[in-house]
Design a protein around this ligand. Structure first.
Ligand code: SF4
Ligand code: SF4
Length: 142
């Protein structure tokens, strides 16, 4: 998904933001992502995720300690104020009329970092303009 750099031949993302708007609320950070955000004191990111643990009530990831990570079964993106599910990824930033970037690009979740819908396979997203482009037909992984 979106960095601040324009798309390239190998990474032809057009920064339309569609994948982030559709799939963003369903992203789940890995334990490594959570640990990195803890190390970097990114409570602004951690606060948007709730951890469901083997024992105890669900808790905001902003309240977790590194030693708690082994007990986390899964996480969900939730509004830190209301606790409700979100409809759009809160980290998506609109920088032009039709151009969006990821507001946490350097530390974004692994599943966002690995997302390449122009590559044929599990991540194919047939509404991705980069995939639909004649110049960038869907291809097999290299
Ligand atoms: S839908 Fe495709 S072109 Fe649009 S932001 Fe996502 S990867 Fe980039
Ligand atoms: S974290 Fe960034 S790349 Fe991932 S869905 Fe949100 S805006 Fe898109």
């Amino acid at each position: 998904m979106e960095s601040e750099e324009p798309g390239t031949e190998a990474e032809p993302c057009r920064q339309c933001g569609l994948c982030c708007r559709i799939f963003g609320p369903g992203i789940a950070p890995t334990p490594t992502n959570l640990f990195t955000w803890m190390e970097q004191e990114r409570k602004d990111i951690l606060a948007w995720f709730v951890a469901f643990r083997e024992k105890g009530e669900p808790v905001s990831c902003a309240q977790l300690l590194p030693e708690d990570l082994g007990d986390v079964i899964f996480t969900e993106m939730r509004d830190p104020v209301t606790g409700n599910y979100v409809t759009v990824c809160p980290f998506l930033r609109r920088v032009e009329k039709t151009r969006y970037i990821c507001g946490i690009h350097p530390v974004k979740p692994e599943m966002c970092r690995n997302y390449q819908p122009w590559i044929w396979g599990e991540t194919a997203f047939n509404r991705c303009p980069a995939l639909l482009s004649h110049r960038h037909p869907c291809r097999w992984p290299l």
